[in-house]
Design a protein around this ligand. Structure first.
Ligand code: CTP
Ligand code: CA
Length: 224
């Protein structure tokens, strides 16, 4: 009996996961976006579901596919929609993992007709998007909250700053220095830092294996 239970360590747990990029509209045909594939978040969703969790996966535009009865996929386009979808579920989850590459800025005004070449001012005024993860940190009750950080320099210091600013329990640091890591790759090299600044480093692995490592750390936190 204990054996079956330990194979589904997330049974009865609800997990919210964000994945993919966001697209911030300039006009009906153009947007500001980024190269996130969504792969890391989808792998975490599949792994969590395989461990027995009930998963809500909020994804920006992504070609990733998922077909698992424990995963409810919610497709969104922009940061505002992702923010609203997350807050719809956050109060009812045990764990939230924000792996999405949310745009930091959006066009300050969205033009409702296609901008014509002759009319373009060659400048787009930007406004900040909402920080979804920070807002989840602010309204945190008993959830275990996990963020990601993509850094190119002062990596650990920057990641620790994000733990504190966003009220996180764990942060997963991706290093762009590593050739096997990052956007559109099938592998990743991560470091996980907890809110007490305990650091765990992992080797370069497939994103499937990285997802399992992340969930393993989360499961250990739930059990202390
Ligand atoms: N994040 C978010 N909403 C945003 C921006 C970021 O939820 N509007 C989340 C990401 O999903 C990630 C974490 O915040 O889990 C860190 O994202 P990152 O881009 O590394 O950090 P920022 O706080 O945006 O700071 P900067 O881009 O300047 O490093
Ligand atoms: Ca950012």
């Amino acid at each position: 009996e204990k054996d079956i239970q330990s194979k589904l360590p997330l049974r009865g747990k609800k997990v919210l996961i964000t994945a993919g990029p966001t697209y911030e509209a300039i006009d009906p045909v153009r947007f500001i976006g980024n190269h996130s594939s969504g792969k890391m978040g989808f792998e975490i969703a599949k792994c969590a579901a395989n461990l027995g969790a009930e998963v809500v996966l909020v994804s920006g535009p992504s070609f990733q596919q998922v077909n698992h009865s424990f995963i409810k996929r919610i497709d969104v386009v922009c940061a505002e929609e992702m923010y609203n979808a997350c807050h719809n579920y956050y109060n009812n989850v045990d764990i939230a993992i924000c792996s999405a590459a949310v745009a930091d800025y959006k066009p300050a005004v969205v033009v409702h007709q296609k901008i014509k070449k002759k009319d373009a001012s060659l400048q787009i005024e930007l406004a900040p998007t909402k920080d979804i993860l920070a807002s989840l940190g602010q309204s945190k009750k008993n959830q275990l909250l996990v963020g990601f950080a993509l850094e190119t320099n002062n990596e650990e210091e920057n990641a620790k700053g994000k733990i504190q600013r966003k009220n996180l329990d764990l942060i997963v640091l991706n290093s762009l220095k590593d050739k096997g890591a990052g956007f559109a790759k099938d592998t990743n090299k991560i470091t996980i830092i907890d809110k007490d600044f305990m650091i765990q480093k992992f080797e370069t692995k497939s994103k499937t294996e990285v997802a399992a490592d992340i969930l393993n750390v989360i499961i250990n936190k739930l059990n202390v």
